[in-house]
Ligand binder design. Sequence first.
Ligand SMILES: Cc1ncc(C[n+]2csc(CCOP(=O)(O)OP(=O)(O)O)c2C)c(N)n1
Ligand SMILES: [Mg+2]
Length: 290
Amino acid sequence: MAENRHAALGLSDEKVLEMYETMLLARRLDERMWLLNRAGKIPFVISCQGQEAAQVGAAFALDREKDYVLPYYRDMGVVLTFGMTAKDLMLSGFAKAEDPNSGGRQMPGHFGQKKNRIVTGSSPVTTQVPHAVGIALAGKMEKKDLVTFVTFGEGSSNQGDFHEGANFAGVHKLPVIFMVENNKYAISIPYERQVAAEKVSDRAIGYGMPGVTVDGNDPLEVYKVVKEAADRGRQGEGPTLVEAVSYRLTPHSSDDDDRSYRAPDEVAQDKNEGPYHYLRRLFEGKWHHE
Ligand SMILES: Cc1ncc(C[n+]2csc(CCOP(=O)(O)OP(=O)(O)O)c2C)c(N)n1
Ligand SMILES: [Mg+2]
């Protein structure tokens, strides 16, 4: 079962195990950060929990030597795949001067690390989108073999920055992968009150690019669609919009109380179907010695 699926995608056992390890590392780091926050040791947490599969699946489909990633605040799985370490992330959580992201000056989640082509972003959501489009334009003008990968939430796909960036990338056929991490909420606002379209990916047609919605709890499916998008970009065929559907398992941040706007059993249900459990099943029997 599992072996056939990843082998069919050209992924070795070692590669897919590395994906799993990266997802688990992200989950464990995030859980630890909540404990540190509640113990009064670190000031703020904004979580990847529930989105690791989409993040790691996507990042593994990119070229870690050439491509640029413009992550948003939940993308621990992306930055760990692109070379950031657990120590780097903890240095950020503790706001230490050695934090590679900003020397402890920015809030956690503002990822940036030049040596790994992780491009830093601003706090206003979606500002990373036009940056990704600009880097792709520069790459095209300089005839470089690169794609840019930019992520943002479904709520953020309502910002002008997304629409302007997507339009420009579509018109100029730029090698950009736009990945919406649809976790069903923008702070307290559920999807139905954010977007009138059935799917965020429906917006792609307006910008002359393919749009695909994928199960964000399935890292191999996300890998597949992002790999196809990267291949299209490298071949000069232009951008792609990917929507990875998952569920935000934590409150919006350590400063939010989600009990005021969603029922605990809704969260519990998605916890059971979340990526951590999915992958545990995927690897059961094969690497059960863990
Ligand atoms: C331009 C702008 N408006 C509002 C905010 C405050 N804000 C931060 S995160 C957020 C919700 C974003 O939701 P979504 O895009 O779905 O991402 P998620 O947090 O669910 O991953 C808001 C409104 C902001 N940072 N920037
Ligand atoms: Mg959201």
